[in-house]
Design a protein around this ligand. Structure first.
Ligand code: NAI
Ligand code: SOE
Length: 390
């Protein structure tokens, strides 16, 4: 079994999640496709990088991500920084011949995403975007049902991503509220996860008609550091302008004739990580709620009338990736497991010389959908989504 040396850039929330995944992946998936070696971690400053290397188990550290990208020992570059750095790091890593996993959204704009996609295609490296929610076993089970035709032809997808960590106007103006760093607000940050699920489960998005709103127009400025995701200061200090959306809602026409809607906000009191979808087909329906992520609810139209209704399936060893996780259903499959499965699938593609989804092509296509949503939000009109050439 070969070793693959990982260079991880950014040691915040996702730095933690990805480090955990590299450490745990062989414990779940054995034999592992390859052994992840946590070689070098990069942070914004040397003290942060040194601390991260000890905490997350990396052999080396640096305050200059370029050193990691240029290091011939490194096989894999993992981008877990705020969004404004994704393109520069990925393009440099592709030129250096590294396999790349980038956190979502792939980039701030579709122009940046296209440059990243062109760079990995030219370099011939394996590339992946970390839309990990599709690796929740219950979501993969929904995909299996759909592919088997269990709910017939899909007619409707209703998706939401609702959180409340920024509902307090005193929660800080972190990088997630600055267009120059994040690109967009709830749209790029969380709606993109549901767009990824919609594409995975239903298909390509052809047209959108959207509404974007910003309700909290200024917040206390956060000077530096990882996003604390909520009000930790009590709101002291100078305030700055929010120049991204708080909330997005969009209607969708899929290329296959299905229709749908997606809503996303980080200001919905009482909602935590409320990623939901309800899919209706000519032969049944499927419901998923990430806050109850071990469960998938299904209803089949051809069940006898006296027992037709939603049934709840608890995911376990019988379901996608379940055999690698825990030995009986409903022990609790968490966020970490989605990242472990993601690392497994990425490493498998590297070792087998294949491809993996979602990749930079998907990330670029989602960026084009985001652009169309923004344009529709400005004009009020339906906007066509261009399809990329693979
Ligand atoms: P965070 O704010 O917790 O951490 C970002 C880290 O990057 C900070 O520790 C910061 O010091 C570091 N950093 C900034 N500039 C750097 C530089 N030049 N070199 C090295 N490190 C640098 O952010 P978080 O939540 O980890 O988000 C990172 C990325 O992951 C974003 O693109 C975000 O959209 C995505 N994300 C994805 C999630 C998912 O479910 N797939 C969940 C959370 C975030
Ligand atoms: C904050 O909204 C956040 O950390 C997003 O950035 C992630 O993508 C999501 O998975 C969890 O919430």
């Amino acid at each position: 079994m070969e070793n693959l040396n990982v260079g991880l850039i950014g040691a915040g929330f996702m730095g933690k999640a990805h480090s955990l995944a590299y450490a745990a992946m062989p414990m779940f998936f054995w034999p592992a496709p390859a052994m992840p070696v946590r070689k070098t971690i990069a942070e914004a400053t040397a003290p942060l990088a040194e601390e991260a290397s000890r905490r997350f188990g990396f052999e080396k550290y640096t305050a200059d991500w370029r050193e990691v990208v240029e290091d011939p020992e490194i096989d894999v570059i993992d981008i877990a920084t705020p969004n404004h750095l994704h393109a520069e790091i990925a393009i440099a890593a592709a030129k250096a011949g590294k396999h790349i996993i980038s956190e979502k959204p792939l980039a701030r704009t579709s122009e940046e995403a296209k440059q990243m996609y062109d760079a990995v295609k030219d370099a011939g490296v394996v590339h992946m975007v970390a839309f990990n929610y599709r690796r929740t076993p219950a979501v993969a089970l929904a995909k299996k049902f759909i592919e088997e035709g269990a709910i017939g032809r899909i007619t409707n997808f209703r998706g939401t991503y609702l959180q409340d960590w920024s509902a307090d106007p005193n929660s800080p103006l972190s990088w997630r509220f600055q267009k120059k760093i994040a690109g967009s607000g709830a749209l790029g940050d969380i709606a993109t996860h549901v767009i990824d699920l919609a594409r995975y489960l239903v298909g390509d998005v052809a047209q959108v008609n959207a509404l974007l709103s910003t309700f909290i127009t200024e917040r206390p400025i956060q000077v530096s550091g990882a996003d604390a995701l909520g009000n930790v200061t009590g709101g002291e200090g100078p305030r700055g302008a929010v120049d991204v959306d708080d909330e997005v809602m969009t209607m969708i026409r899929f290329s296959n004739g299905a229709v749908g809607s997606i809503e996303a906000t980080r200001n919905a009191h009482g909602r935590n990580n409320f990623i939901t979808f309800e899919i209706h087909g000519t032969g049944g329906s499927i419901i998923f709620n990430y806050e109850r992520r071990d469960e998938l609810q299904v209803c089949f139209a051809n069940d006898p009338g006296d027992r037709r209704g939603f049934r709840t399936i608890y995911t376990g060893p019988a379901h996608p990736n379940g055999a690698a996780l825990w030995p009986i259903p409903a022990l609790g499959i968490g966020y970490g497991e989605t990242k472990i499965i993601e690392a497994h699938d990425f490493f498998t593609a590297i070792v087998e010389g294949g491809t993996v989804s979602p990749n930079f092509a998907d990330g670029y296509q989602i960026a084009l959908i985001d652009d169309a949503i923004i344009e529709s939000g400005e004009t009020g009109a339906w906007v066509d989504v261009p399809a990329i050439e693979n």
